[in-house]
Design a protein around this ligand. Structure first.
Ligand code: TYD
Ligand code: MG
Length: 452
């Protein structure tokens, strides 16, 4: 067999390389992840790095935060930690159709509008298709150039020649290096292409955005080494049918990963949602039983959401339980706690739980709101619409402390809520907040009595 026909096996998850097929990857312990691919011309790889190899004293390295480039979206800038860092490699992952290309084209539009020279490279869409999308967004500046290309060597040549301020690659799975014989999107192509892009970004201090598709399991297709190589990993998520989208930082070398950005998809592109709480509570019923507003923390950001429960007498022998937007087992657990600790028998009742607006939450701080929604629906007694509820519930029915209670109360106050029901133990660490009544409860019985 000719040398170039040789194949090796790669783990799709972590990029582990092996001469023979393995059932379980020794690197990441995943099962059935090995794929066969031709080897790359290893010995031909030349060192392309332009960085010099002399050590430099740390105090002689100049870098300041003012060099960051704003994206024109404050929601995105916050997730990035204050803007794009020159030379940074940013991976934007997400389900197909979630709006990755839309977001990046709008970022290109914003940046080119303030005089930055942008190169948007698409391996997925033709120039006409991109233009059709762009037409919906409005006017574009001449600083933005488009390139429909999938060969990395060609891309590199264009970047070297035109020296743009920012480069966008849509998507990494369509890009290929000619010296590697496996197909675009395969483990070795994705890995080596990212490597080349990283050297291009660092060597020329050009920030590069890379779009990455995700697999069914929700990770960026290609090996996990892709996530190790880049500086920043952002995931764009949300229900395709709900209008809002959340941009979440899962790795960031230049800022915190706690931040999220909220966007809304409209017919002319994405719009920032500067006040997500207001957005989530839109259209909320004011006097319906089973509806309770709670507050979850997305990093440092409080967001109010409406939790709904519907309890109905079972028509058939087996009660039905469903939950949308929250953990099904958690709902069952909380119902068992209500039965045992308050004595409300829910065994003959169907229970449906829903988080309005398509949010997905699994923060324990939502427990008390779920409990109150369930009791409220069971008793068919509405909790007044100016009340916010949060707290973790334990198996003995005790209401446990949650973090950042003060921020949650402040957010409720900002949106005109009049009363907060929260864990009594959390009150100790809070300073007094005027203009909103704070009711501490130590167990779910006390909480239930508020509805009595
Ligand atoms: P797109 O950005 O192509 O997604 P991705 O690159 O993540 O696959 O997503 C586009 C979706 O958004 C598509 O279903 C249509 C919709 N959309 C709008 O609703 N308004 C718009 O202005 C645009 C450009 C797209
Ligand atoms: Mg796309």
């Amino acid at each position: 067999m000719a040398k170039s026909d040789k194949t090796v096996f790669f783990c799709k998850e972590c990029g582990y390389e092996s001469a023979k097929w393995l059932g379980q990857c020794p690197g990441c312990r995943e099962v059935g992840t090995f794929v066969e691919e031709p080897t790359g011309p290893r010995n031909k790889i030349v060192r392309r790095s332009l960085l010099n190899s002399m050590p430099v004293v740390i105090n002689e390295v100049t870098a300041n935060d003012e060099e960051r480039i704003g994206t024109g979206f404050s929601e995105l800038d916050r997730v990035l930690g204050g803007g794009v860092v020159p030379g940074g490699l940013i991976l934007v992952g997400g389900d197909p159709g979630i709006g990755k290309s839309t977001l990046l084209l709008q970022v290109c539009r914003n940046m080119s509008g303030v005089g930055k020279k942008i190169l948007y490279i698409s391996g997925e869409e033709s120039l006409k298709q991109i233009k059709l999308r762009a037409n919906r967004m409005g006017e574009f500046s001449d600083n933005l150039s488009l390139l429909a290309e999938t060969s990395l060597d060609a891309i590199e040549a264009v970047v070297m020649e035109t020296k743009p301020d920012v480069v966008v690659i849509d998507s990494i799975q369509t890009i290929f290096r000619e010296d590697i014989s496996s197909a675009p999107g395969s483990v070795s192509q994705v890995r080596e292409s990212t490597n080349t892009l990283m050297q291009m970004a660092k060597g020329n201090t050009i920030p590069v955005f890379i779009v990455g598709h995700v697999t069914k399991e929700g990770v960026v297709a290609g090996p996990r080494v892709l996530e190790h190589m880049v500086d920043t990993v952002l995931y764009f998520e949300g229900d395709r049918h709900a209008a809002y989208r959340i941009l979440r930082g899962v790795k960031n070398r230049f800022g915190s990963t706690n931040e999220i950005g909220v966007f809304e998809m409209r017919e002319n592109g994405l719009h920032q949602v500067l006040n997500p709480s207001e957005f989530m509570l839109e259209g909320r019923p004011t006097d319906a039983s089973g509806s309770v507003v709670s507050c979850l923390m997305e990093g440092t950001r409080p967001i109010l959401v409406e939790v709904q429960a519907l309890i109905n007498h079972t028509a058939f022998g087996m009660p039905r339980r469903t939950s949308v937007g929250t953990d099904y087992n958690r709902v069952n657990l909380l119902m068992a706690v209500i039965e045992k600790r308050i004595g409300i028998q829910m065994g003959d009742y169907d229970a449906y739980v829903n988080v309005a607006g398509g949010m997905k939450i699994n923060e324990p701080a939502m427990d008390l709101a779920l409990v109150m929604a369930l009791i409220s629906s069971y008793k068919n007694r509405a909790i007044d619409s100016g009340t916010l509820v949060f707290g973790e519930v334990g198996l003995s029915g005790e209401v446990r402390a949650v973090s950042q209670a003060e921020q949650r109360v402040m957010e409720a106050k900002k949106l005109g809520f009049k009363r907060c029901i929260l864990p009594k133990v959390s009150m100790k660490s809070m300073k007094k907040i005027d203009g909103i009544e704070v009711v501490g409860v130590s167990n779910i019985r006390e909480a239930g009595e508020i509805l009595a």
